[in-house]
Structures are given as structure tokens and as C-alpha cells.
Write a protein that binds this ligand. Structure first.
Ligand code: 3HC
Length: 351
């Protein structure tokens, strides 16, 4: 005799197993939910710094906020490939080209992790693409600025990826599990991106006078747009208060901006480059650097679609989407073919 053979047989055994499983599920449900209703359960989970998972009930506004933010984040990663891809064919050495290629591919990967996280909220990637292409969802303002020299690749790594890390490390503790988990991997890769940019700038800043000038010019152009990436000031931020209460965002836009300034002020000294802000200075009373805020009117114009490269970025994205239609169709046909039940073989038919 083996296992359950002695206890019961046939239908009786199956009924027992089903009853036991039902009981187990009910017990687990009781212990997790503590008998409270769904909304209380959600609030308690968030308060206890636990993760909300796709199977859990969540307020409609929480779901909508996550879809909005994760989709905007995913679109930013995908559109964000364009400014740097502009330098793939003109990287100064084969090694620099290989590194930049890997970095740009990483950004595509980040977009995919994020679209997958958004899909757990019940919205398909196709829908999100359509909303982006229809101009109904946004992507980060920063990717609407041009990359005029090789040093811009360094400035993007140091400043743009640096800002992304400051903004995104707290998102690893976001209350929504799939987003938080995607962010852990993304942040590891962003750290590498930031270092490669820093190293490009360091090399240029310690090169010929012309190279140093090129590095400084790139920092001059990318500094304020990078500060603006953190969003409008707290007084004008429409979503921050609710997103922080739900622990989607952990810090306000201005808090993160300040952290970024404090980090860069010191790194610039090591680079030997100047941050283009005559009012940047350490304030011992605040224990932080005072700095000049970015031009928020310019940020709003860029968000409205009137930045230097908005039209070109969207035109490229639309063209890539249309050019890639045959790949999506082929992948769907392949998946359908493999999902269909296999036709019986000749041997099986004659057996
Ligand atoms: N660019 C475009 N839109 C922006 C923006 C920016 N830099 N900053 C704010 N906005 C928009 C918001 O989306 C919102 O508009 P909406 O209501 O139509 O969605 C409006 O301005 C008001 O701003 P809020 O402060 O109220 O918005 P949030 O609370 O969502 O905060 C955010 C904005 C800080 C960008 C937040 O959404 C966030 O942390 N997002 C996740 C990170 C992200 O998307 N980063 C984008 C860059 S990705 C990147 O850098 C890739 C890397 O490889 C370089």
C-alpha cells in the first residue's frame, strides 16, 4: 500500500481532498483578512508597509494612479532610447559603442518590465501604446531635448540617469508589488548607466581643453531639464499627496529634487565641472544646498508638447510602431499556431 491507498478510494477520496482544500483556503482567507472588509484590509496592508498584489481588492483611484504612472514611466523608457541612439553610429570608439548599445537595450528592457507591471492592473500593452500614440498618455519631459555632442551621452548618464535613480530607488518600496519588484531590477541597471555617463564626462573633463569645454557645455544644457524631471513644485503637484498616502510615491517632488542637487554638487567637484547655477551653495542651517529652481513654465510647455524635440520623438515612435506591425503579427501567428492542439500523427491514426 502506498500513500492514501488505504484511506478511501475513487470519488470519496476526491471529495475529501476538495473539502480539505476548501477548508484550507477559507482558513488562509480568514487569517489574511482578519474578518474585516476589503477596504479596511487594503488600508491595513498599506499602513503595515506590505505589498498590494494584483489579486487584492484596491480602490479604483489607486488602480488608475498606478496605471497612469507606470504607463508614463514605461513610455519614458521607450522614448528615452531615441536621444542616445542618435550617437550609436558616432560613438568615439568600438568599446564606447558597445557600452552605449547595451545601455539603450537596457532601456527597452525597462519599458517591457514596466508594461508587464501595468498589465497586472488589467490594461493591455496595446492599449497603452495606443494611448501614447494618441497623445493621451505622457512620457518624461527630459527626452524632448536634443543630443548635440558626444558629451551629451555622458551628461544624460550622469544627470538624467542620476535623477532617475534618485526618483526611482524609493519606488522599490512602492506599495504595489509588481511595480516595486520591477523597480529593483531597473535601479540596478540605472546605477550602471549613471556610472558610465559619469566616466564619459570624467574622461572628457580631464582630456584636452576642447573636450573639457564640450563636457561643460553638455552639463550647462542638461542641468535644468534634469531638475525639472522631478515634476512641478510640491505646491503645484496634483497627485503627490494622494500617491504618498497610498505609498506609491514615498517622497515629494521637491524632496527628491533637493536630494539630487545635494548629490550632484559634490560629484561635480570631482568631475572638475561647474553646475550652471551661481546661487548653488551649501546652507548649513538647512543641511542642504540652496539652488535655483528650474523654469517650471518651460516644463509645462514641454509637457504640453512644445519642447524642442516633442514632434520628432512622437513621429519616430509612430513610424517604429507602424514598421514593427509585421513583427507583432508574425509573433501572434506563431503563438496561435503553438497554442492550437497538434494534429494527430499518422501513427496515432492507424494505431
Ligand atoms: N514629464 C512629463 N510629465 C510630468 C513630469 C515630467 N517630468 N512631471 C510631472 N508630470 C506630469 C504628471 O504626469 C502629471 O500629469 P497627469 O496628471 O496628466 O498625469 C502632472 O505633470 C502633475 O505632476 P504630479 O507631480 O502631480 O505627478 P506625479 O505625482 O505622477 O509625479 C513623477 C510625477 C515624479 C514623474 C512621478 O510620476 C514618478 O515618479 N514617475 C515614475 C518615474 C518616471 O516616470 N520617470 C520618468 C523618467 S524615466 C527615465 O528617466 C528612464 C531612464 O532610463 C533615464
Amino acid at each position: 500500500m502506498y500513500g492514501n491507498d488505504f484511506a478511501a478510494s475513487g470519488g470519496e477520496l476526491l471529495d475529501q481532498v476538495a473539502d480539505a482544500e476548501r477548508e484550507l483556503r477559507a482558513a488562509a482567507d480568514r487569517s489574511v483578512r482578519g474578518g474585516s472588509d476589503e477596504e479596511t484590509y487594503f488600508t491595513e496592508l498599506v499602513a503595515a508597509d506590505q505589498k498590494i498584489e494584483p489579486r487584492d481588492w484596491m480602490p479604483d483611484g489607486y488602480r488608475k494612479t498606478l496605471i497612469r504612472q507606470i504607463a508614463q514611466h514605461a513610455h519614458s523608457e521607450i522614448i528615452g532610447m531615441q536621444p542616445e541612439a542618435n550617437w550609436l553610429t558616432r560613438a568615439p570608439t568600438l568599446k564606447r559603442k558597445a557600452i552605449l548599445l547595451a545601455k539603450v537595450q537596457d532601456e527597452a528592457g525597462h519599458g517591457l518590465y514596466l508594461y508587464a507591471a501595468a498589465e497586472t492592473l488589467g490594461v493591455s500593452r496595446d492599449t497603452l501604446y495606443d494611448l501614447l500614440l494618441a497623445g493621451r498618455q505622457k512620457y518624461s519631459s527630459i527626452f524632448n531635448y536634443p543630443t548635440l555632442s558626444w558629451a551629451d551621452v555622458g551628461a544624460i548618464g550622469w544627470l538624467v540617469d542620476g535623477a532617475a535613480i534618485v526618483n526611482q530607488v524609493p519606488l522599490c518600496r512602492c506599495s504595489y508589488g509588481p511595480y516595486a519588484r520591477a523597480m529593483i531590477r531597473i535601479c540596478k541597471e540605472e546605477s550602471f548607466h549613471q556610472r558610465q555617463g559619469y566616466e564619459i564626462l570624467y574622461t572628457l573633463a580631464h582630456g584636452t581643453p576642447g573636450q573639457k569645454e564640450m563636457a561643460q557645455d553638455a552639463v550647462d544644457r542638461w542641468w535644468y531639464p534634469s531638475l525639472a524631471m522631478f515634476g512641478p513644485p510640491d505646491t503645484d503637484s496634483t497627485h503627490s499627496a494622494q500617491s504618498m498616502a497610498w505609498k506609491i510615491k514615498r517622497f515629494s517632488n521637491d524632496d527628491l529634487r533637493q536630494r539630487f542637487v545635494d548629490m550632484c554638487a559634490q560629484q561635480a567637484t570631482v568631475l572638475g565641472l561647474t553646475i550652471p547655477d551661481p546661487d548653488l551653495r551649501w546652507n548649513p542651517d538647512r543641511g542642504a544646498y540652496d539652488y535655483t529652481a528650474p523654469d517650471y513654465a518651460e516644463l509645462m510647455e514641454v509637457i504640453r508638447g512644445n519642447g524642442p524635440c516633442n514632434r520628432a520623438r512622437m513621429a519616430n515612435r509612430r513610424a517604429a510602431h507602424e514598421d514593427g506591425a509585421w513583427v507583432r503579427e508574425a509573433a501572434a501567428a506563431y503563438a496561435a499556431k503553438h497554442a492550437a492542439p497538434a494534429a494527430p500523427t499518422a501513427e496515432a491514426v492507424h494505431a
